[in-house]
Design a binder for this molecule. Sequence first.
Ligand SMILES: [Zn+2]
Length: 299
Amino acid sequence: MKRELCIGVDLGGSNLRFALVDRQGRVLARSAEPTLPSAGLDSLLSRLQARVGQLQEEAARIGTSVAALAVGVPGLVCSDGVVRASVNVPALEGVPLARELSAATGMPVVVLNDANACALGEKRYGAGRGYHSLIALTIGTGVGAGLILDGKLWTGVDGAAGEFGHIPVEPEGRPCGCGSRGCLEQYASAGAIAREGEGAEAVARRARQGDAAALAAFAAAGRYLGIAAAGVVNMLNLEAVILCGGVAQSFDLLEPALRRELVSRTFPVSGGRVHVAPGELGDDAGVLGAAVAAFDTVF
Ligand SMILES: [Zn+2]
């Protein structure tokens, strides 16, 4: 039987998504459920195994089989597949997830950071097609990034690269959960845009109706994103900056201030040519990007 499909898993703090994917990036089967991080590691591992088993059966039913599996997780993942830190799913910390899942499923397993998975997904199948060097920003509860240089994911010497949300944008600014202060995440995440009793999506709706305070909230977030992105573009002379994640659905509201800062704070050679765009894969960026990582290990 030809082993020509992969399974991509997006293990988020809230949602656990699975997709059976072919090499063209088509999703042949999918499932989603709540992650339930507080249910603990054993529950999580047994549910992962069960859903992967179901997708393997689905692959067999259509006359093919699964070659590999990859899981994107919200945390720091070292190159040995051990999750070193995960604020949203603490049960994963210290777990050799790749080894555990490989032993359970009999397949090669890759574990990677969720923002890195989104970058791979958008590069192969989405807004990053045709670019060799890009950064994909994931803007939601937190702010992360996946960096692709010369066609390859750059994860840093320890796997900790891409912490875009912790670039300082205010020297004496708000304290951050990371221990520093004035980090971008404190000014441009969903929580930073939200107002008392109102989530970022509701603020976006008000902004589209012309509400001045709501427009100002997005302009402020866009401005800080532009300042941080300008630093990265000056440093790396990238082809594209792609915005993914929940807040990126409000790209139109962030874009004017972001672009203004980016252009005014970069050299024309790099800032004038960098393509800034929203992601094209929406909620599928994570599962498709994980599938890319899985395909790349076996083919
Ligand atoms: Zn921070």
